[in-house]
Ligand binder design. Structure first.
Ligand SMILES: *Cc1c(COP(=O)(O)O)cnc(C)c1O
Length: 392
């Protein structure tokens, strides 16, 4: 089947169980797919845009209500939808960071946080991870002290990843924020792997900003995401335009500068909205998701030589595994070399293992059924057994 002459229809999710680390939480619901078809036209949500002419005031479809619902759900005061988590980082950095300011992030920070800091003219300084691959409150305090010594001022912003993309470890966000606030440093919690995946209470964490990714973790089309904040910061980050044309004298009313006026104008916002009831419900089943992650991890660990590099027992569905002493030994002698593993599991109906990787790699079991989880575990064991590895 084709979408157009040279564009094949994508059928990955129909044909395979997909354990790709970045794709698991962004798979659309049936409702979001319907929304994508219905609201596919460019500025489709603008049919009923009235006064003030801004996305978050539109009542049909109920975008205004969606904003209020998102804020309540995250226990934050104000929310805007943004084109990806990265645009949330950018809006905050662009507001709080001046050229030459130090900005703290971590040794596990996502590259998009560095981009946001760079775009604002900030100077990145990383909190190192400890030997357990965690960012601790103590390390955060030490880094803040070091930055104050180096720059003779406190950093205007600290980024921390609730769950990091490298290990899928859950970090002590409340502890880190508590320390940062002792120095009056506002904290942006990067929830790209948590908002829409597990329950989050922004106020309980003490977060100044919570950023989520629609296409990574909220079953929404790309590019989508959200930026949530407190009343204290909303005024600055969501400030309205002061610009005035010198020839025409035009002003632009309620348009918010960091949002470039409006953000998600069609399929993205309506897709997020259509999936939201399902997303709210699924975060309540987080314990089951973690148990599933544990089951697949244990299946892999039953293959002799395999090690898990993430926290164990697992506390998230994203896991980093080390198969240098198991699958990589097979790769050394296999005629398909490193490609054998992806090929072995594909044959069993599983995709998302990067072709060629048999050393250190990641998988994400989020959203799979009990039966699919069992099949994934058995498939890895089958691939190992068929290639002469011992099962413990
Ligand atoms: C995927 C990811 C991002 C980027 O999210 P976008 O919504 O694509 O901008 C940021 N941080 C982390 C930790 C991620 O895993």
């Amino acid at each position: 089947m084709k979408c157009a002459v040279d564009i094949e229809a994508r059928d990955v999710e129909e044909m395979y169980i997909n354990i790709d680390p970045i794709q698991a939480g962004g798979r659309l619901t049936a409702e979001a797919m319907k929304a994508a078809i219905s609201f596919g036209d460019g500025y489709s949500v603008c049919d009923n845009c009235r006064n003030p002419p801004r996305l978050d005031y539109i009542r049909n479809p109920p975008i205004a209500q969606f904003h209020a619902d998102l804020a309540a759900w995250l226990n934050m005061d104000a929310v805007r939808v943004v084109p990806g988590a990265r645009r949330g980082f950018q809006a905050v950095a662009s507001t709080l960071v001046e050229k030459g300011d130090p900005v703290i992030l971590t040794g596990l920070a996502h590259y998009t946080e560095f981009m946001a800091v760079e775009a604002a003219g900030g100077i990145p300084r990383e909190i190192p991870k400890d030997e357990r691959n965690h960012i601790t409150a103590d390390a955060a305090a030490e880094k803040i002290e070091a930055v104050i010594r180096e720059f003779s001022r406190t950093p205007p912003l600290l980024f921390v990843d609730h769950v990091d993309y490298q290990f899928g470890n859950v970090h002590d966000i409340a502890g880190i924020i508590k320390v940062a606030h002792q120095y009056d440093v506002p904290v942006l919690v990067n929830g790209a792997y948590t908002v829409g995946i597990m329950p989050i209470d922004g106020k309980a964490l003490g977060a100044d900003f919570v950023v989520g990714s629609g296409h990574k973790s909220m079953a929404a089309p790309a590019p989508s995401g959200l930026l949530a904040t407190t009343n204290e910061h909303a005024e600055r980050v969501f400030r309205t335009t002061q610009a005035k044309g010198d020839v025409t004298g035009r002003t632009f009313g309620m348009k918010e500068v960091e949002m470039m006026g409006c953000t998600l104008m069609g399929v993205t916002v309506v897709g997020m909205m259509a999936s939201f009831p399902h997303v709210k419900e699924r975060v309540q089943r987080w314990e089951t998701e973690v148990a599933h992650s544990q089951a697949v991890t244990d299946a892999l660990l039953s293959i002799e030589g395999t090690k898990v590099l993430s926290d164990y027992p697992r506390k998230h569905t994203l896991t980093r595994i080390d198969t240098r002493e198991s699958f990589d030994k097979v790769a050394e002698r296999h005629k398909k070399r490193g490609f054998f593993l992806a090929s072995e599991v594909k044959k069993r109906g599983i995709t998302g293992v990067i072709p060629g990787s048999t050393k250190v790699w990641k998988y994400n079991t989020f959203g799979l059924t009990e039966k699919q989880i069992r099949h994934v575990g058995e498939s890895f064991i089958g691939a190992a057994r068929d290639n002469g590895l011992n099962i413990l």
